[in-house]
Design a protein around this ligand. Sequence first.
Ligand code: ATP
Ligand code: MG
Length: 348
Amino acid sequence: MKHKAHYAKQAQIFVPRETRIQISVPRETYCFRTNPSDTFQKRLGDFLARVIAIANQKGGVGKTTTAVNLGASLAVSEKKTLIIDSDPQANTTSSLGFAKDPSRRTLYQGIILGEPFERLIIDAQIDGLDLIPSDKNLVGAAVELVGMENREFRLRDATLGLRQKYEFILIDCPPTLDLLTVNALAASDAVLVPIQCEYLAIEGVSELLDTLMRLRRTINPTLEIEGILLTMYDDRTTLSKQVAADLRSFFGDKVFETVIPRNVRLAEAPSHGMPVIFYDIHSKGAESYIQLAKEVVSNVQKRVGQGAERPDQGAGSSAAGAASAATAGAGLGRSGSGGGGGTGSDTQ
Ligand code: ATP
Ligand code: MG
């Protein structure tokens, strides 16, 4: 079995504790309300995971790279995280160092055969990071689900119990809008959309957001946009800059301030079976995903702040209430909105 020390040795690096990201979140912020009507309400101090689907029906935009590296960055900042690999390509599973193994239980057993998800979880050999792996059997799952009862909500129902054990659950989706992705979006509090900085990017995102709006009306009325993430940004090209500027002016604070640069270390790390922070902590790729983890955690804090000012809590709440009503009226609200609209390529 691989071990963190093994990773460090293999990559000739060591991640000293002081280089870990310093994200300090008061313990009480772990307990935030994801859905007021949910009976699944935890008392102060317990975990209650924020479940984030990483989705875009377009292939090769950085979904898996984001699941693996955001997951690892959250884990090293002591945010207990589970990554669910919901893509039959199983790239997240292999990027974390798990070779194909027909005897390993995967998401297929959970979602189709009803095996308890606790039995599918494996230790990703990084403190605070667990994985529910995938394998090619999941290709069949998308088809088998069609005839099953409760077919859109099987992942949601199975993951409810896991929310108590983690602070973040990330779901890596396949590049399709099939029933696996629908299950992921039904199970999630929010969706993170990686977008490659290329021509026609806006058109692609607009279509995706339309689809998300429809899903919100039908399967998950509380689904939010965690953020649109600009990936593979190349600050030497005018195209990247132009696309990033257009996306920001079009989608405003729905776009993360953090930008993921095109970085060879990010592309190399999966073949070594490790997240980039263990492969090359000093790379731009590692820095950018650490920055993204900070932004995601900070959004949770902002949500908690907004929750504290709900209209039912009396005076002082009108501005926040009006703002959230306006956001809801405009469609999918961005979690922790108000922090975005940043400076563009400042992480480059
Ligand atoms: P799919 O839709 O097939 O699941 P995906 O959206 O998950 O793809 P990735 O697998 O994360 O996309 O990335 C596609 C390819 O681009 C991979 O080879 C990956 O290593 C590489 N890649 C992703 N992000 C970056 C980056 N920022 N810099 C350089 N290479 C990257
Ligand atoms: Mg992928």
